[in-house]
Design a protein around this ligand. Structure first.
Ligand SMILES: NC(=O)c1ccc[n+]([C@@H]2O[C@H](COP(=O)([O-])OP(=O)(O)OC[C@H]3O[C@@H](n4cnc5c(N)ncnc54)[C@H](O)[C@@H]3O)[C@@H](O)[C@H]2O)c1
Length: 436
């Protein structure tokens, strides 16, 4: 099939490369000319395991092309995916400006009947608005479907190539049949393609992200209770997760959720609910717990070192909002860094892949080191925000000799409190009792 994916970011690039890999002719179009130039030169602008060879293979075979010429891409394809960003607007709602601008462009340039698929995460009712925006300019029929994306950054290629499920919202049976055929190669092991009406597909995406965010905030709340009572959230987590009705995934407490999806999608769902007159009590609680949790390491530092942090250097391990990605959008580490700098502290950071992204966001307000041990030199404490694998079994003696004081604030519960006490560290973690 001839396909265009408009928006070549974390989602569009993976979707385009994945669809090309199953034999389709795919054009990835984006208005960011620098990004397209780099992609055409074989450079992948984001860190995503497995993406580089997938793009290289399909570029070499000619099945995958990159362009800034959106009109031409629209003219050449039968199916057009919209995968542009939907950032939060000032009031928390999803900003649909990019989605609707693309819809209008599709309407102006389509040269025959088209299937348009919203891949971006968009509020219920958006497919209808996309259809209206296309039809305002189109001379040919259009079928607008919803196909929300469930991939996770850090495992995006695997998630797209072997999805748990494909959700297809389609009001037209023929369009549903075409898209079902398109996704068939990805569900050969029996996972389902769930065809439903368009509003249900749109809500399903928000429901999934809001449920996952809820689990995280729920566990962070439990961690607070554990800390206040001397209980161990790790035991609670195991006791809870072994109930098959609950399940064990997504029950780890930490420094709060971040990234480009959960924060904005929870906000957008709150906004949609309010517009519909349905009080979003649960979602407001989820968001409030998360906002507080993102400040937890900073508050611990202030309790330990006081409100004036001048003269103190703090080492940070991990900047990205989770491992295996360089994405720092809404990363909890940014909240800590701003708080430390405001109070006069200095920050020296390490991250296995996000240093370039951190430099882009923070410039020379903090210092960067190429190895995690180098970041520790002379620091009053180490703060851990991201559970990268190389941080899990470090050389503790070396850490102790590098740090000015053996103090660790671990936002990801990587080490045993008992072991850390035996090694002579002052170790603060999330929801587990301190060993003395
Ligand atoms: N990142 C994720 O993990 C993830 C997962 C599932 C769903 N989503 C959703 O997918 C959508 C895209 O997210 P992303 O993380 O890939 O965003 P991104 O910011 O990485 O990429 C968006 C791309 O769209 C391009 N763009 C913007 N306006 C354009 C236009 N008018 N024409 C052509 N290109 C344009 C931008 O230049 C950018 O390259 C969002 O709605 C997001 O919520 C993201």
């Amino acid at each position: 099939m001839k396909i265009t994916v408009i928006g070549t970011g974390y989602v569009g690039l993976v979707v385009g490369a994945g669809l090309a890999h199953s034999g389709n002719d795919v054009i990835c179009a984006d208005i960011d000319s620098d990004k397209i130039r780099r992609l055409n030169e074989g450079e992948i602008p984001i860190h995503e395991p497995g993406l580089e060879p997938l793009v290289a293979d399909n570029l070499a075979s000619g099945r995958l092309r990159f362009t800034t010429d959106v009109p031409q891409a629209v003219r050449e394809s039968d199916i057009i995916f919209i995968a542009v960003g939907t950032p939060p607007d000032e009031d928390g709602s999803a900003d649909l400006a990019h989605v609707l601008a693309v819809a209008e462009q599709i309407g102006r340039h389509m040269t025959g009947e088209r299937i348009v698929v919203t891949k971006s995460t968009v509020p219920v009712g958006t497919a209808r608005r996309v259809r209206e925006a296309v039809e305002a300019h189109a001379k040919h029929p259009v079928h607008v479907c919803s196909n929300p994306e469930f991939l996770k950054e850090g495992a995006a290629v695997d998630d797209f190539m072997k999805p748990d499920r494909v959700v297809l919202g389609a009001d037209d049976p023929e369009a549903a049949a075409v898209l079902t055929e398109l996704f068939q190669p990805f569900v050969r092991t029996g996972n389902e393609i769930l065809v439903m009406d368009v509003p249900s597909a749109e809500i399903t995406k928000y429901a999934a992200n809001a449920m996952l965010a809820t689990r995280i905030s729920f566990m962070n709340h439990m961690a607070g209770l554990c800390e206040a009572t001397g209980a161990d959230v790790d035991s609670v987590r195991r006791g809870l997760g072994s109930d098959p009705r609950i399940g064990s995934s997504f029950l780890f407490p930490g420094v709060g959720y971040g990234g480009s999806c959960f924060p904005k999608d929870v906000k957008a769902l709150i906004r949609t609910s309010r517009e519909l007159g349905i009080e979003p009590h649960i979602l407001e609680g989820v968001e409030a717990v998360n906002e507080a949790q993102k400040r937890t390491l900073l508050e611990r530092v202030v309790r330990r070192f006081g409100t004036d942090l001048s003269g103190h250097v703090f080492a940070l391990w991990g900047l990205s909002f989770k491992p295996n990605t360089d994405d720092m959008r809404e990363a909890p580490a940014l909240v800590t860094i701003e708080g430390l700098l405001e109070r006069g502290g200095q920050v020296v950071a390490h991250d296995p892949v996000a240093l370039d992204e951190a430099r882009r966001i923070l410039g020379n307000r903090i210092e960067y080191r190429g190895t995690n041990y180098d970041a520790l030199a002379g620091a009053s404490a180490l703060l851990i925000h991201t559970e990268w694998h190389p941080y899990r079994r470090p050389d503790f003696q070396r850490m102790k000799s590098e740090l000015a004081q053996p103090v660790i604030f671990d936002g990801r519960n990587l080490y045993s409190p008992q072991r850390m006490a035996e090694l002579g560290f002052e170790y603060s973690c999330i929801g587990r009792p301190r060993a003395r």
